[in-house]
Ligand binder design. Sequence first.
Ligand SMILES: [Zn+2]
Length: 426
Amino acid sequence: MKQISRRAVVLLLLALLVVCGSLLYVVRYVEHGQDWAAAYARENAGASGAIIDRKGLVLAAFSPSESQFQPDRELRIANFHVTGDYYGRTGTGLLTGYQDFSLLTGSSFSENAVLYLNVDAELNRKAFQVLDGRPGAVLIMNYRSGELLCMVSSPSIDPLEADPQPQEGAYINRCLSACFVPGSVFKLITAAAAIEGIPDLSERRFVCEGSVEIAGVTIKCSGYHGEQTFEQALSNSCNVAFSQLSVELGHPAMLRAVRRFGFLESQRLDGIPSAAGSFPLENPGDPELGWAGVGQSTDLLCPYSLLRFVAAVANDGELAEPRLIRDGSLGFSSRLMRADTAKELQRLMHYNVVNGYGEDRFPGLRLCAKTGTAERGDGSSNAWFVGFLADEEHPYAFVIMIERGGSGLGAAGTAANEILQYAVNR
Ligand SMILES: [Zn+2]
């Protein structure tokens, strides 16, 4: 009897799984198919389609008999990971999306559609030039409206070349489809958890003598920072302070923060999935939790997830979900963190620039930011610079990552200044 009822329970569970799976499929289809359907609704006369940037530049156009690209080669290469190509060589390209959606709806690739983008193709070109052949990712969005203005991944290819000799990893969109060791940009997440979890944080003092012992394991700092307040510790990017905070908060609170901000899940950019990040899921013990709190250990983050995070910080905790496609509708908006947490992070990130990095490096920009120099296993470092402009005329959030780029401030910070200066003067 027991045997039978157990079997019945198992069968019931299986049936439930099937039902849930089908429901999930329908929900996803309804949720994301719409993005493409909206674009399809814009039918033109004649059997043709096009991808047009926010300034009216035609990036790609096709008809049943012909497929064309923007004639400017550099512009094509800089925008390859946005447009994709007619061969489907990059998974995130919109031309690939057209085809996928055609498969779902049964409509043909040649059916009429014009996609208007929020992306500024010339800004992409600028970002690509600034990366100057170094592997990396640049993302810029309007954190008030959700418009994604810039998405560049390097290296890239010319989508017109049928048989290019690509640099390694040129087909991968580093903004969306890859994760990287975050290093000190992760301290923003630890800081958010600390702001909410440690009531007397602003009265605390953190003493750094160049390293700290946690359960017999030495965690080294990049400097000798002496006695610091919390804001000074963030501006110094002090490993001693932040590894201790991570251990004090404990594994459940740290994991909860990482999860709540969406770092462990695949996010969607108009239906295009991003890579899910990682953080120790089980308590790895205090020393390793210390390292995880400063963005090392097994931490990996997708640049796109970081963009969502800094955009939410900039927008008082409310995330205007990024939109690649401009279809007249407002993006989805959701609360990623408490407003007071976001405002405190805004203040701290501005303090970083004024007291740590130097405003002179970023003339005229009201910048709030955090650097990261993330050690990889091979002795090189990923250079990160993430943040936003506290500027209502140019409410831009950004993420810049240069793989093996060296110093966060020196390499990625300098690149950020050049790209943002161009963006605000467009
Ligand atoms: Zn330190």
